[in-house]
Write a protein of this length. Structure first.
Length: 343
């Protein structure tokens, strides 16, 4: 039985072209700055994002951790959305490494607006931790892969900068946002101070994320990466696959979005499912299953018996993520299994 894995877009296997490139990669010691493939990947990532420099990191979590650290000091607050990855899924790294606390704000569809952020910004005072940074997640994973409209990002950045604050974008899936809106990634992140994006999610690389920003931020970030144990040596083996992910894979993300839409429409028709189709904007679907009378974990287990993998997001909701290793037919098969399990 073929397993259809909709748990995440992190589960993709490297393409034959990536494997070949990894095999043939020219390498050197990247801690000495001597790995030509890593250097090329960092240069290309910076160019594509329109930033001065970029840093290759093993994971998105490390990229966000460093991004937050370069902008903040211990004892500050980081404004983020309630469902954001930096708050919920990174083992409190903003506290552990940067010494900051999160100031979460709940936003419709996971998209923060400046008018919500502005009142949450705290100045220096006798009681409160001052705001150190605003972190926005585009697309917002747990809100269902929702996309920040460009004018919202620009307004947040302009407002923050006027107050001397920086903006970090957790753009793990910024290319999904770009494809969904038709806005080039470099324009999306033009006003953000740093952006982290992942090569190993929808873009299909086996490992790796990038942090881009000014030369000064990235030079500083390189030292934090070393502190975190992320000073890799012949990392060109990984960067070679990353280069293909970066150059070639964004162009196919529209397919994943179409498959997610197909899946969402089918799920929406299933009995007991509550799903906001307006929130399905990219490759992620988060839907409420409480109307089925079965806990999300049970549905997930019964789907697994049928070769379909989808993880619960909460006890009452399930997340499905499309990616390059699931086809339209796979999504239709997943829908059949889902209807059977929830009937
Ligand atoms: N997301 C993973 C899980 O950790 C939830 C997934 O399956 O979606 N930012 C965002 C928005 C992410 O979705 C993720 C990973 C990260 C950062 C962290 O990236 P990694 O897993 O490379 O540390």
């Amino acid at each position: 039985m073929k397993i259809i894995d909709l748990r995440s877009d992190t589960v993709t296997r490297p393409t034959p072209e990536m494997r070949r490139a990894m095999f043939e990669a020219e390498v050197g010691d990247d801690v000495y700055g001597e790995d030509p493939t890593v250097n090329l990947l960092e240069r290309r990532a910076a160019e594509i994002m329109g930033k001065e420099a970029a840093l290759f990191v093993p994971t998105g979590t490390m990229g966000n951790t460093i991004g937050i650290k370069v902008h903040t000091r211990h004892g500050q607050e980081v404004i983020c959305e309630t469902r954001s990855h930096v708050l919920n899924y990174e083992l409190a790294m903003m506290a552990w490494f940067a010494g900051c606390v999160a100031r979460p704000i709940e936003a419709g569809l996971g998209v923060l607006r400046w008018e919500q952020i502005r009142p949450a910004i705290r100045p220096l005072g006798p009681h409160w931790a001052p705001t150190g940074l605003i972190s926005i997640e585009n697309t917002n994973n747990l809100a269902g892969g929702t996309v920040y409209p460009l004018e919202v990002i620009d307004e947040i950045c302009d407002g923050a900068h006027e107050l001397g604050l920086k903006v970090h974008m957790d753009g793990a899936r910024v290319f999904n946002a770009s494809v969904a809106t038709g806005v080039p990634a470099r324009r999306i992140v033009e006003k953000t101070d740093t952006v982290m994006f992942c090569l190993s999610k929808g873009l299909g690389a086996p490992v790796g994320s990038m942090l881009a920003g000014t030369r000064e931020m990235i030079d500083q970030g390189r030292l934090y990466r070393k502190r975190l144990g992320g000073g890799m040596r012949q990392a060109g083996i990984l960067a070679a696959a990353g280069l293909i992910a970066l150059e070639k894979m964004p162009a196919r993300l529209g397919e994943d979005h179409a498959n997610a839409r197909l899946l969402a429409e089918g799920l929406n028709a299933a009995a007991g499912i509550k799903l906001d189709l307006a929130a399905v904007q990219t490759n992620i679907i988060v839907f409420d299953v409480s109307g089925t009378g079965q806990p999300a974990g049970e549905i997930s287990a019964r789907l697994k018996e049928r070769g379909i993998l989808m993880n619960p997001a909460t006890p009452k909701s399930i997340r499905a993520v499309t990616h390059m290793d699931v086809s339209r037919e796979d999504c239709l098969r997943a829908l059949d299994a889902f209807t059977e399990v929830t009937r």
